[in-house]
Design a protein around this ligand. Sequence first.
Ligand SMILES: [Zn+2]
Length: 339
Amino acid sequence: MSKPTIYIAAGHGGNDPGAVSGKYIEKALTLKTALACQNYLRNYECETVMARTTDKSCTVAYKMEEVEKKRPSLVLEIHYNAGGGEGCEVYYWHTHAPSKSLAQKVLAEMVKLGQKSRGIKESKAGTSYNFGMCRQAATTGIPSILGEYAFVDNAKDQAKINSDAKLRAVGEAYAKAAVSYLGLRKRSTAGDAPSTKPEAIGVGDIVQFTGGKVYASSTAATAASTRGASKCKVTATAPGAKHPFHCISEDGKGVYGWVDAAAVGAPTAAKPVEVGCTVTINKGAVYGGLTSARGNKVPAAQLAPKKHTVSKIQVNKDVQEALLKEITSWVAVSSLTRV
Ligand SMILES: [Zn+2]
């Protein structure tokens, strides 16, 4: 099933500045707000489509065509007001009930920021509020609103949009309304519920060991020990009697053991080993490089938790290896853990 998609449109842009009052230029305000909205939504199970991410021309016709093509789950059209007034208002197409309920949510989030409410308002043919992006909801069925958080030419309202932090909060208000309307779930991160898809975990992944038995071998004949939850690196995988097993080492502690894959949480992206970073050497590592020392075991005193600094990375004999500054020796990158 494809993820919900939110279409975020920063009003105006390029040679169309929108409303202008001194340093308050609508096209710039809407862009900052839209980018903040997108940024907030990165934490949720959804996708975003941006009408624009730079100061470029972006006509209503172009946006309507994009919505028609991409069929997002909802549309947020972001504007700022002008012309004498104070407070926020949110427009929706007058015959489209889903847009109306989205408009109510957006308005409620704006009011939470302390902004004065002018209410939700009908977008309608034959009025000056016949907005294309709102009108389109009637034909596409996609909930669509047009928000106006503040008046760029009102001193009280200007004080509510005079910093990046304030504009970010406005962007987040739109995002929170979308989250609530679509019932979006937060993206899962390490430490959340254990993964039920152990096959997704591979060698080199940093995983959350959720606690339980650590076995001496992948056949799980005997439980070697029981350990608490900790972050571990997967060093090998093997099929077990019932489930796949992962061989793990606790980061920096060099403890090895096999665990039932069901006791391992979702992997987090392992930070890559790169020049300048600090690493520890995993148990079992051997020296690399092109001298006679190649293949010799790295002595225990140099292994984790001892820290080393990577001063160079290159391929020696088809193996990607890192030159460690403290010992002036090469060790395979796959035998290192970034700390
Ligand atoms: Zn506008």
